[in-house]
Design a protein. Structure first.
Length: 196
């Protein structure tokens, strides 16, 4: 005869302690208990235990993902890598990513746009921004859209030239920051023309 739930006791941080046949068994999140229908008197046969394990894995995957997202926005690929590093099962990982994407919490287009804006504000050129977005796991079409939405690269380079001055050091600086050759030449030529 399968064990029977004899008590559910509230614990801290949204968890409940489950007792089976009068003995403490384990604590589970309240949402998991509600999802699988843990109630006093329910028998925990094999299918019920399997369902509980699946719900626990999904809950742990979501908790791990939201912990990562609490600090900063990340791409879905980067989040999947973090969940994999946290030893989250592939099915639970895919389910958690799907839930977060449907809720709008994980959105690669939004992430790419915000990351590109932040890097452009910090003085990076289009090439460096594309490379960073690629390292972050953003798909190529979203990288291109995010960079296309930025202000003109030459105009951003001209602002840096105006702040740093003309010269080979500034040209090297712009190249190191990922500005294209055309943008560097246009910025330096525009600044020279403005000075004369």
């Amino acid at each position: 005869m399968p064990p029977r739930v004899t008590a559910l006791r509230p614990e801290q941080r949204g968890r409940i302690a489950v007792e089976l046949d009068g003995a403490r068994w384990r604590t589970v999140p309240v949402d998991v208990a509600a999802t699988v229908g843990l109630v006093v008197g329910r028998e925990l046969d094999r299918p019920a235990v399997r369902e509980l394990r699946r719900a626990l894995r999904r809950s742990e995957a979501l908790a791990s993902a939201t912990k990562t997202l609490r600090h900063r926005d990340v791409s879905s690929q980067r989040l999947a890598q973090r969940l994999e590093a946290a030893a989250v099962a592939p099915a639970a990982r895919a389910d958690a990513l799907d839930v977060l994407a449907r809720a709008g919490v994980v959105d690669d287009a939004r992430f790419a746009e915000r990351r590109a804006d932040a890097l452009a504000e910090r003085g990076f050129g289009d090439d460096a921004i594309r490379d960073d977005l690629e390292r972050q796991g953003v798909p190529s079409e979203l990288r291109d859209q995010a960079v296309a939405a930025l202000p003109d690269e030459s105009a951003r380079a001209r602002k840096i030239v105006a702040r740093r001055g003309l010269g080979p050091k500034t040209a090297r600086y712009l190249s190191a920051k990922g500005f294209g050759e055309d943008a560097v030449e246009a910025a330096l030529a525009g600044s020279i023309a403005a000075d004369t």
